[in-house]
Design a protein around this ligand. Structure first.
Ligand SMILES: [Fe+2]
Length: 185
């Protein structure tokens, strides 16, 4: 997996994606929570419950052959972007650690809108020397990549419907528990 990016299309059950998309848009913003494997099956929070179902479908029903071994849990995020939204260059890591400790594998799932949008591409620096692989946003696309690679999201320049934002779920897999400074769900 070192320095590699894998892209899969039409991965998740569309009913699960739609439910997660609607819940996330209603909730808005960005939220995250560390979820152990045993907590992945359900949640009291409706939004997180819908998001977990998508994460479970992707990692356990569809892309299980690519799942790293020895998973302890997932750092589950949702992210909502309207026109003008973007994400700065960063590396997925344990933010509570002073050392750079990365997940076993990073994973992003695009949940909507189902039309083409302008901008919002994922840029992954595969060599650490500004050698960016460009991955376009596409509905129901899943991107798996080596977590040590810095990445960013270009500004969303156009949405076909202004009330249907670009929504992504990020769910890096960890082989040990991490404790994010703030959990919001
Ligand atoms: Fe990231």
């Amino acid at each position: 997996m070192k320095n590699s990016v894998l892209v899969f299309d039409d991965v998740c059950e569309t009913a699960l994606i739609k439910r997660a998309y609607d819940q996330i848009v209603k909730r808005g913003g960005a939220s995250y929570k560390f979820t152990t494997l045993s907590e992945l099956w359900s949640d009291e929070d409706q939004t997180l419950q819908a998001v977990k179902k998508v994460v479970h479908d992707v990692w356990y029903n569809k892309l299980y052959k690519h799942r790293p071994e020895n998973i302890f849990g997932y750092e589950i995020w949702h992210n909502v972007m309207y026109e003008g939204g973007n994400l700065d260059l960063h590396t997925d890591c344990d933010e509570s650690s002073e050392k750079m400790v990365c997940p076993s594998m990073s994973c992003v799932i695009y949940c909507g809108p189902d039309d083409r949008i302008g901008g919002g591409q994922l840029l992954i620096d595969t060599t650490g020397q500004n050698d960016f692989e460009v991955i376009n946003y596409r509905y129901n696309r899943v991107v798996l990549f080596d977590s040590s690679m810095p990445h960013q999201v270009n500004t969303v320049s156009y949405l076909p419907n202004s009330d249907q934002p670009r929504v992504a779920i990020s769910c890096p897999a960890w082989d040990h528990e991490i404790k994010p400074k703030v959990e919001r769900y």
